[in-house]
Design a protein around this ligand. Structure first.
Ligand code: SAH
Length: 379
């Protein structure tokens, strides 16, 4: 097998189980093709096996097992109800760098975001097909991560194995129903990672006037309404997301108001009109893709959080999230502290959330924790 030689001192993270080797850590490599390689320390020690990716900054991704058995083991760790939506494989954190596989009521949707995942594509798909209750597998290709690896990004979606999913798959989450568009929706169609936070917000919603910002297909707001919120306003920029959000509300027999607006402007409109809410959800898209965008992102987070804090009625609750991987939990908390200070209001952390447990974090892969959340209550 082709051998990749590391520079002196660059073996530690690999030995600890981190799956990435950046180009700067490599002393020599005799290949420029995507292939399996053996990684060797500067002292000649064998560190393990990986897949070389000449087009990527992450030049080697490590694999500590065989693709099919890693997929089977990941699936076996999940509890899969036939009509549920579950992440089956969470990439690096389940030992398969760059492979996402989500299950939507019998239909799996994959993202192959690394040369490694692409390299083991057939073994991965064969193993995934063994998932109980699975009728078919499709894939999303329209991803920046694929572009960065030099991999095709067209068509945006395609079926790979078995039956094609319906245009909208009906899934059940904590007793609520949602329609998922796996062809055009965000990610693989749904924000599975917020399942536990949606439940937590639902449980705090009874009798409250709720504003759900960046609502996408209505998740947090529908949980709030179903749990007895006094009124629910859902805001998003995307007409497609709002259309599906409306269908989801009807499917669950709940009433919500929908506003197509830019949240940054909408919050200011509410402020100028003197409107208040008892519970506000802020679940924005990734503001920082990379570390270099972090300071600009921080200003964005501070802006919306400060505005939201000021819109809260006394004793109000702010459920606020950051899904930017580059934003650490502590930095996000610091931004919230500054926003609270500027708002002149005092908050306690009623709960802290993170990505749902079917999105585990590899202990050796801190990058795996990307979704942070705080439920703040004024006191
Ligand atoms: N909370 C949702 C997921 C939110 S994803 C859930 O639980 O399913 C982020 C959403 O923000 C997307 O739907 C996107 O359309 C929307 N969005 C992005 N920028 C926006 C802006 N400036 N104003 C309003 N919505 C925005």
């Amino acid at each position: 097998m082709t051998q990749v030689l590391l520079k002196p001192g660059r073996e530690r993270s690999v030995r600890e189980g981190h799956p990435w080797i950046f180009s700067g850590a490599i002393a020599s490599c005799p290949t420029s093709a995507v292939e399996e390689v053996e990684v060797i320390s500067s002292k000649g020690e064998k560190l393990g096996r990986g897949v070389y990716s000449p087009a990527s900054m992450i030049r080697v991704r490590m694999m500590r097992g065989e693709a099919a058995s890693l997929v089977r083991a990941a699936v076996a760790r999940r509890q899969i109800e036939p009509d549920a939506a579950v992440r089956l494989v969470n990439a690096e954190n389940d030992g398969i760098p760059g492979l996402i596989a989500d299950f939507y009521a019998g239909f799996a949707v994959c993202q192959f975001t690394s040369a490694l995942a692409e390299f083991y594509r057939d073994q991965i798909l064969d193993a995934l097909m063994e998932t109980p209750g699975l009728q078919g597998i499709s894939e999303r290709l329209d991803l920046d991560s694929r572009r960065k690896e030099g991999m095709a990004v067209n068509p945006a979606w395609r079926n790979l194995r078995g039956a094609e999913p319906p245009e909208r798959i009906a899934i059940t989450e904590n007793g609520l129903k949602f329609l998922v568009d796996v062809r055009n929706g965000h990610k693989t169609g749904f924000y599975l990672d917020q399942r536990e936070a949606r439940k937590a917000v639902g449980e705090l919603s009874a009798g409250r006037r709720v504003l759900n910002c960046f609502c996408y297909t209505g998740g947090f707001g529908i949980y709030a309404a179903a749990n007895g919120a006094k009124e629910v306003t859902q805001v998003d920029l995307s007409a497609d997301a709002l259309e599906l959000a409306g269908q989801n509300a009807a499917l669950n027999g709940v009433k919500c108001a929908f506003e197509r607006a830019d949240v940054f402007k909408y919050l200011r409109t509410c402020r100028d009109a003197g409107r208040t809410f008892d519970l506000i959800v802020l679940d924005p898209p990734k503001f920082a893709e990379t570390k270099s965008q972090l300071m600009k992102a921080a200003r964005g987070y501070k802006d919306i959080n400060l505005l939201a804090m000021k819109l809260l009625a006394p004793g109000g609750i702010l459920a606020t999230f950051s899904c930017s991987g580059a934003m650490t939990r502590d930095f996000f908390l610091r931004i919230l502290q500054e926003a609270a200070a500027d708002s002149g209001r005092r908050f306690q952390i009623a709960a802290e959330t993170r990505q749902a447990s079917d999105h585990p974090v590899g202990l050796a892969f801190p990058e795996g924790l990307y979704l942070k959340g705080f439920i703040l209550r004024e006191h």
